[in-house]
Structures are given as C-alpha cells and as structure tokens.
Ligand binder design. Structure first.
Ligand SMILES: *Cc1c(COP(=O)(O)O)cnc(C)c1O
Length: 478
C-alpha cells in the first residue's frame, strides 16, 4: 500500500480558495520557516480511499469477534456516542464559569454518585487519563495519607505476582519499594506469605481482582483484614470491573481505594492509545487528598471546589477526559440496576462457556469457575509439536477473529488469555470455539502448515522483537 506522500501529485488540491480579499501581511523572517513545508498534495477522493483502505486492514469489534484478554473489547452502545457528541457537551470550554456549565458539572456529580455506589466508595475523581494513571493517583493518596499521619516509614507496597504489570510500575513511580508475593497452587494470594511480609513499613497492598488469571481472590476479606491490621491501606485494581459490577463492591470487601477503566468496563471504545479514563474512588478518610477541583452540589446548584489544602494537586488538566465520564454515565443509566448486574453475569457466563468448550482440547490454567476471562497454556504443545501460542493466535487472523492476548500473564508459559465479553451471542462463541478447536487439531497434525499463517494479511509474521524495539515510525523522504 502506498503512503499519502507517495501518492502526492504536485499542485493537486481538495479545495479551491477564493481570491484573498484582506491585506496580505508578510511575517518577519524570524517567524517564517526556512525549510519548505512538505505535505502530500492530494484530491479528496485519494484521501477518502486511502483511509478507508487502512480501516479495512484493521480489526475492530464491528468486524468480528475480539477476545483480547484483559482489554475488554466489548461492543459499545451507539447511544453513548450520540450523547457524547451533543454540542452542549462537546463544545463546552473548561474555563467557562460554573453558572454556564451546570449540565456538565451535573454529569460529573452524577457519575461520581453512580460509580461511587457501584464501587462502594464515598467519592470519585475523574482526572486520571488511563488505568495506570488511576493506580498512580490512588497510591499517591496512600502516600499523602501516611505522611499526614506521620508514618513516613511506610514505604512498602505489597503486590501479588498475579497482579497487572502496571501495579508494580505504579508503586515504583511513587517512590515505594515493591514486595512481590508469589501465588499459591490455586492461583490466589498465599495468605501465609502475605502475613509474613506485612509490618510497620507496609504502606499498602495493590490487588488486581479478578487477578490476571481471571480468578476471583477467594480470601479477599481476609486479605484486606491482614493489611489493615498491619496499618496498611488496600487498593483495588478495578480495571476489569466487568464480572463483578452490580454484584459485589470493592468498598464492602474492605478496600480503601479503587480505580476503574472507564474505557474498558464502562463502555468507551479503546485501542490504539486513544483517550481513556482511569476514574478513581476512595473512602471518606481519603477524600481530603483527592485531586482538585472536586464537584459540589448545594440546593441544586453545582460548583467546582478548588479549596483543598491537603489535596495531592492536579494529576491532569481540568477534569480529565470529560466526554468519557459522560459515556460512562450514559452507559450506567441506560443499563440501570438490573442491566449492570446482568451484564456482569453475562461476561462471566460467556467466559465459562467458552472455557468449557475449549477445554475439549486446550489446556486451561483456571481450575473451577473463571470470571470474565481465562488462560490457556500451549506449553506442552510447544514442546511436543512445536505449536506455540503465537501459532494459534496468527492462524485466527485468517479466520476473521482477533487473536487473544498472547504471552500474558507472565506467570504462565505460552499463554493465551481469552475474554469473550458480555456482548457476544452464543452463536459467535460457538463459531469461535469451533474455529479454535479446528486450528488446534490441524496444528498438531501438520505443524509446518500452521507456522506459515496468516496468509490473508499484507505482513504475516513480522519480527516482533524488532518491531517493538526498533519501530520505524517516521517516513523519511529522500
Ligand atoms: C488494562 C489494565 C490496566 C491498565 O490500564 P491502562 O488504561 O492501559 O493504563 C491496569 N490493570 C488491569 C487489571 C488492567 O486490565
């Protein structure tokens, strides 16, 4: 496929501008560029076709099944987009006075109440721009709290090895020391290990639940108690609230702070590094440290409260990605109490259905019931037949299915992590399971054939390491 620069024809344009009817001002030499501005010159048709062709090469949830584990690539109802594009919301300026922005302030206030209710937290902040950013904000709250209590020696954050990789990164960014604890046989936190590492230097624990194996931490109440008894705080990584929303609440399980990925669970389209929102919630005793401004309501009037001497300050300009908060609120109110719960149950049902079907030939790591996702290992097949997780993932592309998450979590060899999501019907799940089983059987019978797949894409098997370490992201013109 040619780049726009290569399709460029000198002098070709999309527009015909009228004659200039204002005085021409020539800027000083200091303000003008001294090298030619080289932009592609194209007609509108060329541009439209170019981007449509690019779009056809991408796989989105509108094209087909997208079981990318830990990412929740579910279908996002169109109504969220319709609401987010209403000019009253999309054309607003963050510096407008409060009395001209009542609707938007109310959105933030309501989102705070609804998501606070869903998580069991007393107040939310929508400033963080991504999940990892939300985690960071929560651990900053922990740090500020311990400082305020005069406990500056609390500098250790305990993180189970089944946590999301962003958890340890967050703790280190906050100047904390990470204490890693291995999981037990069942893939859950080993309580004795936990008891042996908590102490007077414990700042807190970060728990990904369901953990990255898609398992619900069965001793969750005991876990939060052990950490609290030692004087530490507990953070809930709720990026994947899908399987529990409307069913149970982190706040009721003893957590002090939670972050949500609004761009996963709460229905904002994501991927490709687009805008996200890592909304956070906390218990009342942590609210003085929240980023400011906080949104207040009095007699039906909404306002921004910039007061907050103990606040950690801002973590993002203005109010975070406001339209994502709006989408999340739309999602929650359109689904309602029953819809939210049903959605969580379907996420779990779909994952378990798929896990059972694939268990026919694939080795599943999860024992018993999984939550919204499960993990397959191809370790044995890789050793015996040379058929790897990568082979299965690549073969799926030819069949119109996006590969599952590969080689994650790191604690499983040759991992494939499957998350069907709640928005898929049984027919889609059956079709995908049939295809996965067929690929497996063919792969084992003729490993050499599967190594050559996919055949339908412009590039089949790029050098993954080189692509990640030395990507060529800039077009160099001769
Ligand atoms: C996706 C995810 C994150 C990180 O979210 P980003 O928005 O990518 O920063 C953190 N924890 C868990 C469990 C996740 O699945």
């Amino acid at each position: 496929m040619k780049l726009l620069f290569e399709k460029s024809v000198p002098g070709r344009r999309c527009t015909m501008l009228p004659e200039c009817d204002v005085p021409v001002v020539t800027p000083s030499e200091h303000h003008t560029r001294n090298i030619e501005l080289r932009l592609p010159e194209l007609a509108e048709t060329d541009i439209a076709r170019h981007y449509s062709a690019l779009e056809r090469r991408a796989h989105g949830v509108n094209n087909g099944f997208y079981p990318l584990g830990s990412c929740t690539m579910k279908y996002n109802p169109r109504i969220n987009e319709a609401v987010a594009s209403l000019p009253g919301f999309s054309q607003i300026h963050p510096l407008q006075p409060d009395n001209t922005a009542q609707g938007s302030l109310e959105v933030m206030y309501l989102a705070n109440q609804y998501l606070g209710e869903l998580t069991g937290m007393d107040e939310m902040s929508f400033q963080p721009a991504a999940g990892a950013h939300g985690e960071l904000t929560c651990i900053m709250l922990f740090k500020r709290y311990h400082e305020a209590m005069g406990h500056t020696e609390r500098k250790k954050i305990i993180i189970p090895d089944s946590a999301h990789g962003t958890n340890p990164a967050t703790a280190v960014m906050c100047g904390m020391k990470v204490i890693n604890i291995p999981s037990g046989e069942d893939g859950c936190v080993d309580l004795d290990k936990l008891r042996s590492v908590v102490g007077e230097d414990t700042a807190g624990l970060m728990l990904t639940n369901p953990n990255t194996l898609g398992i619900f931490e069965k001793d969750i109440l005991e876990i939060t108690k052990i950490v609290h008894d030692a004087g530490g705080l507990v953070f809930y990584d709720g990026a994947n609230l899908n399987p529990i929303m409307g069913v149970i609440r982190p706040g009721d399980m003893g957590f002090d702070c939670v972050h949500l990925n609004l761009h996963k669970t709460f229905s904002t389209p994501h991927g490709g590094g687009g805008p996200g929102s890592g909304a956070i919630g906390c218990k009342k005793f942590l609210t003085p440290y929240l980023p400011k401004p906080r949104i207040k309501e009095k007699d039906g009037i909404y306002s921004r409260d910039f007061h907050g001497p103990q606040s950690i300050g801002k973590v993002k300009s203005f109010y975070g990605n406001f339209l994502i908060t709006l989408r999340a609120l739309t999602y929650v109110v359109t689904l309602g109490r029953e819809g939210i719960t049903q959605s969580a149950k379907n996420a779990v049902l779909n994952a378990n259905y798929m896990m059972k079907r694939l268990g026919e030939c694939y080795e599943i790591i999860n024992k018993g019931i999984c939550m919204h996702e499960f993990v397959i290992t191809m370790e044995k097949e890789a050793k015996e037949y040379g058929v790897t997780a990568m082979d299965i993932a690549k073969a799926l592309i030819d069949r119109g299915i996006h590969p599952p998450t590969m080689y994650f979590p790191l604690i499983v060899q040759e991992a494939l992590m499957v998350e069907p999501t709640e928005t898929e019907g049984k027919e889609t799940l059956d079709e995908a399971a049939d295809i996965l089983i067929e690929i497996y059987k063919k792969g084992i019978a003729h490993p050499e054939e599967i190594h050559g797949l996919p055949k339908t894409t412009p590039i089949g098997r790029p050098d993954e390491l080189k692509a990640a370490r030395h990507p060529i992201l800039r077009y160099v013109r001769e």
